[in-house]
Design a binder for this molecule. Sequence first.
Ligand code: SF4
Length: 159
Amino acid sequence: MIHKYRLNGYRIVMDTNSGAVHLFEEAPFLMLDYLEKEDCVPETPPQDMLEALRGQFDEKTLTQAYAELRELYASGQLFSADEYEKFASMMTNAPVKSMCLNIAHDCNLRCEYCFAAKGDFGRGRMLMPLEVAKKAIDFLVEKSGTRHNLEVDFLVESH
Ligand code: SF4
C-alpha cells in the first residue's frame, strides 16, 4: 500500500509497510495511479498506463521511469508486503490501567500566548459533569481486567 500526494512542489510517495519515503519525478508519480490497484509493479508495464502517458512523455522517459519503479519494488521500498498482517489475529485487548480526566476545560490565567487558546482549546470553557466522571471511572474498572491498582489523573488548566 502506498500514499502519494503533492506538497510544496514535491511529489511525495510513502510506502506504508516499509516506511520508505520517496520524492518522485512527474512520470513515475503518474504511473503509480495505474499500479495502485494491483499493489505491485509488474514486469511488463500495463498497456493502458503507457497509452495514457505517451502524450505527455517520450518513450525514453517512460522506460526509465518504469525501470526505477521496478527497482524500488524489487528492493522492497514500493508496494512492500505487510509483515504484520499475519499477527493481526493474535491481537488481544490490553487492560486499561490508567486514565487522565480533563475535568476543567478552562484556565484562570488566560495568557495571550496560550497554546490552548487561553485554556479552553478554542472549544468553550466547561467543567466535566459529575455523571461523565462517574462513567469514566466505571469504564476504567470494567476494562482493567485482573489489575487491582489503577491510576486516575486529573487534568486541570487552572493555576
Ligand atoms: S494553560 Fe498555561 S498558557 Fe494557557 S492560559 Fe493557562 S497558564 Fe496561560
